[in-house]
Design a protein around this ligand. Structure first.
Ligand code: COA
Length: 168
Protein backbone atom coordinates (compact mmCIF):
# COMPACT_ATOMS: atom_id res chain seq x y z
CA UNK A 1 0.00 0.00 0.00
CA UNK A 2 1.18 3.53 -0.77
CA UNK A 3 1.57 5.30 2.58
CA UNK A 4 1.15 8.72 0.95
CA UNK A 5 -2.47 7.72 0.09
CA UNK A 6 -3.25 8.47 3.74
CA UNK A 7 -1.62 11.88 3.67
CA UNK A 8 -3.68 14.86 4.85
CA UNK A 9 -2.40 18.43 4.44
CA UNK A 10 -3.79 20.99 6.85
CA UNK A 11 -2.95 24.48 8.03
CA UNK A 12 -1.28 24.40 11.45
CA UNK A 13 -3.74 24.87 14.32
CA UNK A 14 -3.22 25.66 18.01
CA UNK A 15 -4.16 22.13 19.02
CA UNK A 16 -1.35 20.77 16.79
CA UNK A 17 1.43 22.19 19.01
CA UNK A 18 2.26 18.88 20.73
CA UNK A 19 2.33 17.00 17.40
CA UNK A 20 4.53 19.67 15.81
CA UNK A 21 6.99 19.62 18.73
CA UNK A 22 7.11 15.80 18.55
CA UNK A 23 7.79 15.98 14.80
CA UNK A 24 10.50 18.63 15.18
CA UNK A 25 12.27 17.01 18.13
CA UNK A 26 12.23 13.67 16.27
CA UNK A 27 14.20 14.98 13.28
CA UNK A 28 17.58 13.30 12.83
CA UNK A 29 20.84 15.15 13.40
CA UNK A 30 21.35 15.23 9.62
CA UNK A 31 17.94 16.86 9.10
CA UNK A 32 18.47 19.38 11.90
CA UNK A 33 21.78 20.33 10.25
CA UNK A 34 19.83 21.52 7.21
CA UNK A 35 16.54 22.62 8.82
CA UNK A 36 16.38 24.30 12.22
CA UNK A 37 14.10 27.34 12.12
CA UNK A 38 13.29 26.71 15.81
CA UNK A 39 16.83 25.77 16.87
CA UNK A 40 18.08 22.26 17.54
CA UNK A 41 15.10 21.43 19.79
CA UNK A 42 11.74 23.06 20.41
CA UNK A 43 8.98 23.16 23.03
CA UNK A 44 5.19 22.88 22.91
CA UNK A 45 4.98 26.56 23.96
CA UNK A 46 7.10 27.66 21.00
CA UNK A 47 5.00 25.52 18.64
CA UNK A 48 1.84 27.02 20.08
CA UNK A 49 3.26 30.46 19.41
CA UNK A 50 4.10 29.44 15.81
CA UNK A 51 0.54 28.17 15.35
CA UNK A 52 -0.90 31.42 16.74
CA UNK A 53 0.86 33.33 13.96
CA UNK A 54 -1.57 31.63 11.54
CA UNK A 55 -4.51 33.30 13.29
CA UNK A 56 -5.61 36.90 13.61
CA UNK A 57 -2.97 39.01 11.93
CA UNK A 58 -2.15 36.05 9.64
CA UNK A 59 1.62 36.59 9.88
CA UNK A 60 2.63 33.08 8.84
CA UNK A 61 1.26 30.29 6.65
CA UNK A 62 2.23 26.88 8.05
CA UNK A 63 1.04 23.69 6.37
CA UNK A 64 1.52 20.32 8.06
CA UNK A 65 1.27 16.82 6.59
CA UNK A 66 -0.45 14.18 8.71
CA UNK A 67 -0.28 10.43 8.35
CA UNK A 68 -2.15 8.27 10.87
CA UNK A 69 -2.45 11.00 13.51
CA UNK A 70 1.19 12.03 13.30
CA UNK A 71 2.76 15.10 11.70
CA UNK A 72 5.28 13.84 9.11
CA UNK A 73 6.06 17.07 7.28
CA UNK A 74 5.98 20.82 7.69
CA UNK A 75 6.22 23.57 5.10
CA UNK A 76 5.77 27.27 5.65
CA UNK A 77 6.01 30.81 4.48
CA UNK A 78 6.72 33.12 7.40
CA UNK A 79 6.44 36.90 7.53
CA UNK A 80 3.78 37.06 4.85
CA UNK A 81 3.39 40.82 4.91
CA UNK A 82 7.05 41.72 5.31
CA UNK A 83 9.60 42.48 2.63
CA UNK A 84 11.00 38.95 2.53
CA UNK A 85 8.43 36.18 3.09
CA UNK A 86 10.50 33.15 4.06
CA UNK A 87 9.94 29.56 2.95
CA UNK A 88 10.89 26.40 4.87
CA UNK A 89 10.31 22.66 4.39
CA UNK A 90 11.07 19.47 6.28
CA UNK A 91 9.84 15.86 6.26
CA UNK A 92 10.26 13.25 8.99
CA UNK A 93 13.24 11.07 8.15
CA UNK A 94 11.23 7.82 7.92
CA UNK A 95 9.02 9.41 5.23
CA UNK A 96 11.70 10.83 2.93
CA UNK A 97 11.43 9.98 -0.76
CA UNK A 98 7.67 9.30 -0.71
CA UNK A 99 6.50 12.56 -2.26
CA UNK A 100 5.49 14.26 1.02
CA UNK A 101 7.90 17.18 0.56
CA UNK A 102 6.76 17.76 -3.03
CA UNK A 103 3.07 17.71 -2.06
CA UNK A 104 3.66 20.19 0.77
CA UNK A 105 5.81 22.51 -1.29
CA UNK A 106 3.44 22.56 -4.27
CA UNK A 107 0.48 23.41 -2.00
CA UNK A 108 2.36 26.20 -0.26
CA UNK A 109 3.42 27.72 -3.58
CA UNK A 110 -0.22 27.64 -4.75
CA UNK A 111 -1.08 29.55 -1.55
CA UNK A 112 1.69 32.11 -2.25
CA UNK A 113 0.21 32.69 -5.73
CA UNK A 114 -3.28 32.94 -4.31
CA UNK A 115 -2.06 35.61 -1.87
CA UNK A 116 -0.29 37.41 -4.73
CA UNK A 117 3.05 37.50 -2.92
CA UNK A 118 5.60 39.06 -5.25
CA UNK A 119 8.53 36.90 -4.11
CA UNK A 120 9.32 34.11 -1.68
CA UNK A 121 12.81 33.67 -0.21
CA UNK A 122 14.70 30.72 1.25
CA UNK A 123 18.14 29.65 2.33
CA UNK A 124 19.42 26.12 1.81
CA UNK A 125 22.70 24.49 2.83
CA UNK A 126 24.80 24.36 -0.33
CA UNK A 127 25.42 20.60 -0.16
CA UNK A 128 21.72 19.78 0.36
CA UNK A 129 21.34 18.59 -3.24
CA UNK A 130 17.89 17.00 -2.85
CA UNK A 131 16.40 20.22 -1.47
CA UNK A 132 17.99 22.83 -3.74
CA UNK A 133 17.19 20.78 -6.85
CA UNK A 134 13.54 20.57 -5.72
CA UNK A 135 13.54 24.35 -5.32
CA UNK A 136 15.26 25.02 -8.66
CA UNK A 137 12.76 22.77 -10.47
CA UNK A 138 9.95 24.92 -9.11
CA UNK A 139 11.52 28.18 -10.26
CA UNK A 140 13.60 29.28 -7.25
CA UNK A 141 16.73 31.04 -8.49
CA UNK A 142 19.97 31.40 -6.54
CA UNK A 143 20.89 35.07 -6.03
CA UNK A 144 23.63 34.77 -3.43
CA UNK A 145 25.85 32.32 -1.60
CA UNK A 146 27.28 33.00 1.85
CA UNK A 147 29.07 31.21 4.68
CA UNK A 148 27.19 31.62 7.97
CA UNK A 149 29.14 32.99 10.93
CA UNK A 150 26.89 30.98 13.24
CA UNK A 151 27.46 27.46 11.98
CA UNK A 152 30.23 27.78 9.36
CA UNK A 153 28.00 26.23 6.66
CA UNK A 154 27.70 27.68 3.17
CA UNK A 155 24.13 28.63 2.25
CA UNK A 156 22.52 29.25 -1.12
CA UNK A 157 20.08 32.16 -0.99
CA UNK A 158 17.23 31.59 -3.42
CA UNK A 159 14.16 33.54 -4.51
CA UNK A 160 10.97 32.55 -6.29
CA UNK A 161 9.50 35.40 -8.31
CA UNK A 162 5.78 34.74 -8.37
CA UNK A 163 3.87 35.45 -11.52
CA UNK A 164 0.23 35.74 -10.76
CA UNK A 165 -1.80 33.59 -13.16
CA UNK A 166 -4.24 36.56 -13.35
CA UNK A 167 -1.48 38.65 -14.95
CA UNK A 168 -0.80 36.18 -17.78
C1 COA B 1 14.36 17.98 1.34
C2 COA B 1 13.16 17.16 1.82
C3 COA B 1 12.14 18.10 2.42
C4 COA B 1 12.53 16.44 0.62
O1 COA B 1 11.30 15.85 1.05
P1 COA B 1 10.86 14.42 0.51
O2 COA B 1 9.47 14.18 0.95
O3 COA B 1 11.87 13.41 0.87
O4 COA B 1 10.91 14.69 -1.07
P2 COA B 1 10.06 13.99 -2.22
O5 COA B 1 9.86 12.54 -1.89
O6 COA B 1 8.87 14.80 -2.54
O7 COA B 1 11.11 14.08 -3.40
C5 COA B 1 11.48 15.33 -3.97
C6 COA B 1 12.50 15.07 -5.06
O8 COA B 1 13.75 14.67 -4.48
C7 COA B 1 14.13 13.40 -4.95
N1 COA B 1 14.67 12.63 -3.82
C8 COA B 1 14.09 12.45 -2.62
N2 COA B 1 14.88 11.71 -1.84
C9 COA B 1 15.97 11.42 -2.58
C10 COA B 1 17.15 10.69 -2.34
N3 COA B 1 17.39 10.10 -1.16
N4 COA B 1 18.10 10.63 -3.31
C11 COA B 1 17.90 11.24 -4.49
N5 COA B 1 16.78 11.95 -4.79
C12 COA B 1 15.84 12.04 -3.85
C13 COA B 1 12.85 12.75 -5.46
O9 COA B 1 13.13 11.80 -6.47
C14 COA B 1 12.10 13.94 -6.01
O10 COA B 1 12.57 14.26 -7.28
P3 COA B 1 11.54 14.65 -8.47
O11 COA B 1 10.94 15.98 -8.04
O12 COA B 1 12.41 14.75 -9.67
O13 COA B 1 10.53 13.56 -8.51
C15 COA B 1 13.58 16.09 2.85
O14 COA B 1 14.65 15.36 2.32
C16 COA B 1 13.98 16.65 4.20
O15 COA B 1 13.13 16.90 5.05
N6 COA B 1 15.30 16.84 4.44
C17 COA B 1 15.80 17.29 5.74
C18 COA B 1 15.40 18.73 6.02
C19 COA B 1 15.83 19.63 4.89
O16 COA B 1 16.94 19.56 4.39
N7 COA B 1 14.92 20.52 4.51
C20 COA B 1 15.21 21.53 3.50
C21 COA B 1 15.82 22.71 4.19
S1 COA B 1 16.16 24.03 3.06
Amino acid sequence: MHRTNLLVLQRLQLQDAVALATFYNGLSEASIRTFRPLGTQTTVEICEHMASRNLGADENYDLVAWINGRIVGWCFIWNLSEEKPTFGLSVADAFHGQGVGSRLMDSVIVEARHRKLAKVYLTVVKDNDIAWKMYARRGFVQYDEKRSHDDGLVYRHMVLPIESKDDL
